[in-house]
Design a protein around this ligand. Structure first.
Ligand code: HCA
Ligand code: CU
Length: 383
């Protein structure tokens, strides 16, 4: 096993908020919503955006045409079934690329499209030839890759690569892959095809971020993400969390993105969906930079890196030192007091700390309770 140099090799985000994300429960994006989300993601720096197939509905086709016309840096893709009608309509809508998909697992072949492997390859070759003749970037993915026969998918990928596809896609459709399985599959594929490799991973068993990261280490060039990870069921790799994972490995990996926009993008999409950003979302969740225990806060006040892998400032976020609880330490109390312009001798700080602990032992308390104790100290001197 080897780790590819992700920084040197480069990678691309394919934002699928307006495709996979449209499959999220209750998602209903108007064309204006789509334009607003796309503009923000464009400023953030995503390299691609994928939209629902134009075949889905007339409004879906109109949305693709509208995004095709907007000034943007990202490449516009649409996600289509492996058939010629869909491919023709996609081209007509003015996309830069088409993400073609077809199932290769026994389940898909028996219960979905009912085609043999040879037919899958033949259809793929035909569509790729057509899309290429139209100057459209083409990706071909095997839906449910991880439950497909390994030799079968490799046969399909090899044939599709030889047909001149720009990118093959690996899809963990039901979220069963783990990081090692992802790494193994993609690194094997890396030796089989010469085109780019895309990874699309669902989060049913909580591995979507780790799998996406391992896919990059194994040689994937493109990763599908959505804002907040929205998608079918509990969704796919969330963009923000993958940004966090990459940043934690090497900040230079994400230097190409406008990181302070992340929170704004998530707030926008959450508002459109009528949901809140989950409290434990990496980087943007309300507790992402919340420090509580005395041992932690003491060290964080001296050097935040002690207990932070990510610097909140790089994302326009702020850190929170929590003082209103029984685990509080004197350093945190001192910091709070100084923040209020109250300078207390160490002995007084010790007393306040003991009082906070004692009160918090009986009941949950608030910062206002702590502040009152600080203000009540007789020796407090106002700045
Ligand atoms: C779907 C399937 C898909 C496709 C992924 C891909 C999946 O929702 O229609 O095109 O690579 O998870 O398999 O999202
Ligand atoms: Cu999917």
């Amino acid at each position: 096993m080897y780790n590819r140099d992700i920084l040197a090799d480069g990678f691309n985000f394919i934002d699928s908020t307006l495709r996979e994300g449209e499959q999220f429960r209750g998602a209903h994006f108007t064309i204006d919503d789509k334009l607003e989300i796309a503009q923000l993601l464009d400023r953030f720096g995503v390299e691609y955006m994928e939209l629902s197939t134009p075949v889905a509905s007339p409004e879906s086709a109109r949305a693709i045409r509208a995004l095709a016309r907007m000034p943007r840096r990202f490449k516009l893709l649409t996600h289509i079934r492996a058939n010629m009608e869909d491919a023709k309509l996609a081209v007509d809508c003015g996309v830069d690329g088409a993400d073609v998909y077809i199932g290769t697992s026994r389940y898909m072949r028996e219960y979905s499209h009912g085609k043999s492997l040879d037919e899958v390859i033949r259809i793929g070759q035909e569509i790729i030839a057509f899309l290429k003749s139209q100057g459209v970037e083409t990706r071909f993915s095997t839906e449910d890759t991880f439950r497909s026969n390994f030799a079968d998918v490799m046969t399909v990928y090899r044939a599709i690569d030889l047909a001149g596809v720009d990118r093959v896609g690996v899809a963990d459709t039901v979220g069963i892959a783990d990081p090692l399985a992802t790494y193994n599959l993609i690194s094997n594929l890396r030796d089989v095809v010469s085109c780019d490799i895309e990874f699309h991973g669902h989060n049913d068993s909580s591995c979507a971020v780790a799998n996406a990261f391992c896919a990059l280490q194994a040689g994937a060039t493109h990763i599908d993400t959505t804002v907040l990870g929205i998608g079918e069921r509990n969704g796919i790799t969330p963009m923000g969390a993958l940004i966090g994972r990459l940043y934690a490995s090497d900040q230079k990996l994400v230097a190409k993105y406008d990181l302070p926009l992340l929170a704004e993008i998530e707030r926008l999409v959450a508002a459109k969906l009528g949901i809140v950003i989950p409290f434990n979302t990496p980087i943007t969740g309300e507790v992402a930079f919340h420090h509580k225990a005395g041992v932690h806060t003491k060290a964080v006040l001296l050097n935040p890196t002690t207990y932070e892998a990510i610097d909140p400032q790089d994302f326009g976020m702020s850190r929170m030192i929590d003082v209103a609880h029984r685990l509080v330490g004197r350093n945190a109390i001192r910091d709070r007091a100084l923040g209020l312009g109250i300078h207390l001798p160490e002995e007084a700080l010790k007393q306040v700390t003991a009082r906070v602990k004692s009160l918090a032992d009986d009941q949950p308390i608030t910062v206002a309770d702590v502040d009152r104790m600080l203000y009540d100290m007789p020796i407090a001197v106002e700045d």
